[in-house]
Design a protein around this ligand. Structure first.
Ligand code: GLN
Length: 486
């Protein structure tokens, strides 16, 4: 077996037994990146030198017996998480040369756990998109079909895990950006409960929806990485002082007392590909055969999620992105000597079309006279969506559904049609609007050989039950073991 293929858990065991060194493991990943990433385009920055230096240190720690969850293990980071000393571009021209002077809290936690950072990976610009095609810097391809999108906006993260260009990755999810690319690339992704993971140092897109989470090769690794990054942080006033359970310990429990809710509204949308719905249905059957009880539940306001999200997210984005004005940091048009002209032209040149579209929509919806009709109305309907979940979770522990209506589409197929792109989010947005945890696990392949994901949603702060359910399923289904041919 090649070292770059190892999961986090496998690497941990071999490192601890000193059968491999972190230097060998990290070298193997870096060589694989040099070999294969020309085809994929996952990495925006490879931090080779510092990764090898970190690996050398990790080997010393291991020989001294100072071992943490990720000591010596190579991880990639979505390029909107601030990394001190390494550029953090948000895949935007406006931040192309931005080097943060501080680390995000999740980075501090990763370093403390001994992780090796191999680089920063591509995404839709400022995390706005579902295909990574909105990156202002480069295209990322799906490792399973190079003419297709990897999903978005954490496309670089999912592609880098799927193509064995790292052992695990961190992404962010505002409306599905961890779950969708995980589903399209045949890997595992978890959006934790809002407040579970600190957002300090995560470049803000829509602050009431954003969460950082893991993307990994299997459920066990997801549990390990989630535990490492979770927990209260005084630097993020929305992080919650809840105990972080031992997620790995929860995995082995069976499904006998678990009730699964199947929301009919998630199987009705017109654009739902029959192959996706079949794969999800057979996964539900497997989970039922493992002892879980399945019942029907209803989430009646699902049909409004896309409209609500595409008002609230752009509103928050228009406010958050006001800080990129060419004055404090980022790109500045130096030709202009009038201040307003300089703002205008720096923002026009620095932001790509999707980001500009969202800023315009958000500014419009927040403006006097429209605020009540759009933002306030959307917030009210958001509450109805929250209530739908509260009600559904009175009778079940986990809700199962598809992640996306179709498997990965062709690069360029939807780029001219923003609405079609927004509709791809129909199954993932509600979890962010309600703040509940959600994950995606591989549940099959289309007739074209494209991965399909199963979405699991749970109650606030009950990531454990999602991990436990998906782990039991994964052990039987085994789809995570198939790797793309590169
Ligand atoms: N696809 C959604 C959007 O474009 C969600 C993106 C995300 O989760 N960051 O806004």
């Amino acid at each position: 077996m090649n070292l770059y293929e190892l999961t986090i858990k496998e690497a941990r065991s071999l490192l601890d037994k000193k059968e491999i060194s972190s230097k060998e493991l990290t070298r193997s990943i870096l060589d694989r990146i040099a070999d294969v990433d020309k085809k994929i385009g996952a990495y925006l920055t490879v931090t080779e030198e510092s990764a090898m230096a970190q690996a050398e240190l990790a080997d010393k720690e291991i020989s001294n017996g100072n071992i943490s969850s990720l000591t010596g293990i190579p991880i990639s980071i979505k390029d909107l998480i601030c990394t001190k000393g390494f550029r953090t571009t948000c895949a935007s021209k406006i931040l192309e040369d931005f080097v943060p002077v501080y680390d995000a809290t999740v980075m501090k936690k990763l370093y403390k756990a001994g992780a090796i950072i191999v680089g920063k990976v591509n995404m839709d610009e400022f995390a706005m998109g579902s295909s990574t095609e909105n990156s202002g810097l480069q295209i990322t391809r799906n490792p399973w079909a190079l003419d297709r999108i990897p999903g978005g906006s954490s496309g670089g993260s999912a592609a880098s895990v799927s193509a064995d260009l790292c052992a695990g990755s961190l992404g962010s999810d505002t409306g599905g950006s961890i779950r969708q690319p995980a589903s399209h690339c045949g890997v595992v992704g978890m959006k934790p409960t809002y407040g579970r993971v600190s957002r300090f140092g995560l470049v803000a897109f829509a602050s009431s929806l954003d969460q950082i989470g893991p993307i990994t090769k299997n459920v066990t690794d997801c549990a390990i990485l989630l535990k490492t990054i979770s927990g209260y942080d005084r630097n993020d006033s929305t992080s919650v002082p809840e105990d972080v359970p031992d997620y790995e310990a929860a995995l082995e429990q069976g499904l006998d007392n678990v009730t699964i809710g199947i929301p009919k509204e998630y199987f009705e949308p017109e654009g739902l590909d029959p192959e996706v719905s079949e794969a999800v249905q057979s996964a539900i059957n497997v989970i039922e055969s493992l002892g879980a009880k399945c019942i029907d539940v209803s989430l009646p306001h699902t049909e409004f999620a896309v409209a609500v999200y595409y008002v609230i997210a752009p509103c928050e984005a228009s406010s958050n992105l006001a800080r990129y004005d060419g004055v404090k940091y980022g790109f500045r048009d130096k030709e202009k000597d009038d201040l307003i002209e300089m703002y205008r032209s720096s923002r026009a040149a620095g932001f790509g079309p999707e980001v500009q579209r969202r800023i315009i929509i958000g500014t419009y919806a927040l403006s006097a006279g429209y605020y009540d009709a759009y933002y306030r109305k959307a917030s009210q309907v958001r509450t109805l969506i929250v209530d739908d979940f509260k009600k559904a979770f009175e009778s079940c522990d986990v809700i199962l559904s598809p992640v996306t209506p179709t498997p990965a589409f062709k690069i360029g197929e939807n780029i001219e049609d923003p609405l079609a792109m927004y509709l791809a989010d129909v199954f993932t947005l509600s979890a962010n609007l309600a703040g509940i945890p959600g994950m995606s696990v591989p549940c099959g392949f289309s007739s074209k050989g494209l991965p399909i994901g199963l979405q699991l949603l749970g109650k606030h702060f009950n990531e454990s039950i999602l991990l436990r359910t998906s782990y039991n399923y994964e052990q039987v289904a085994g789809f995570h073991k198939k790797r793309p041919n590169l």
